[in-house]
Design a protein around this ligand. Structure first.
Ligand SMILES: N[C@@H](CCC(=O)N[C@@H](CS)C(=O)NCC(=O)O)C(=O)O
Length: 203
């Protein structure tokens, strides 16, 4: 069988949840991490010129959420029926909405509007989402979906450091449920081993 390869940048961001799922499911894979210099000439070779990209079964696929959902189904991390699978999708899309609140200011090159957007996001949208997520976790035994570990938990835990990096602070300081979930995922033996050996990352 052709080897599995994940190609992403040498950062966490959209690649990290996929790495978590691959490690958790004990999938042997090459974790290729490109610098921006290495990415440039290879960009046209990727399906939409973007990363992450996964090579498996001799095929190349892209889109981080679609890749995660596919791998999660195979790993038993996508809920036990169609309904729970929908709940996982809702949670991941909501986590990505939260991420958009951060990228909205972080990638703004105008220092003045960046500052205004950041202040607004950190005082309104971000606490709103974190508060809602805390409620969901309380109702679901500390997980996003029905008291069980799913790929939604991996998405949150895998993205959290990137969100902290964009905010420039610990955004989970007042969110004990989310903090505990992040720790729970990081303490899973396969994830713990991966994190202990992970190459140095900028975020
Ligand atoms: N919807 C895509 C977005 C992929 C994406 O925007 N990737 C960024 C890195 S996070 C990228 O490849 N940027 C380089 C470029 O667009 O040239 C996904 O979730 O995979």
């Amino acid at each position: 069988m052709a080897p599995v390869k994940l190609i992403y940048f040498d950062v966490t961001a959209l690649g990290e949840p996929i790495r978590y799922i691959l490690h958790y499911s004990d999938t042997e894979f090459e974790d290729e991490r490109l610098t921006s210099e290495q990415f440039g000439p290879r960009k046209p070779t990727f399906p939409l010129g973007k990363l992450p990209v996964l090579e498996l079964d001799g095929k190349t696929v892209h889109q981080s959420v679609a890749i995660s959902r596919y791998l999660a189904k195979k790993a038993g991390l996508a809920g036990k029926d169609d309904w729970e699978s929908l709940l996982c999708d809702i949670a991941v899309d909501s986590i990505l909405d939260l991420k958009s609140a951060f990228s909205g200011f972080h990638y703004d090159n105008n220092e003045e509007s960046k500052k205004t957007k950041k202040e607004l996001a950190l005082s309104t949208t971000i606490p709103y989402y974190l508060g809602k997520f805390e409620e969901i976790l309380k109702e679901n035994g500390g997980h996003f979906v029905n008291g069980q570990l799913t790929w939604a938990d991996f998405w949150f835990a895998g993205l959290a450091d990137y969100l902290n990096y964009m905010a420039g602070k610990d955004i989970l300081a007042d969110s004990p449920g989310l903090k505990a979930l992040k720790t729970k995922v990081e303490e899973l033996p396969a994830i713990k081993k991966y994190l202990a050996n992970r190459p140095a990352v900028r975020f």
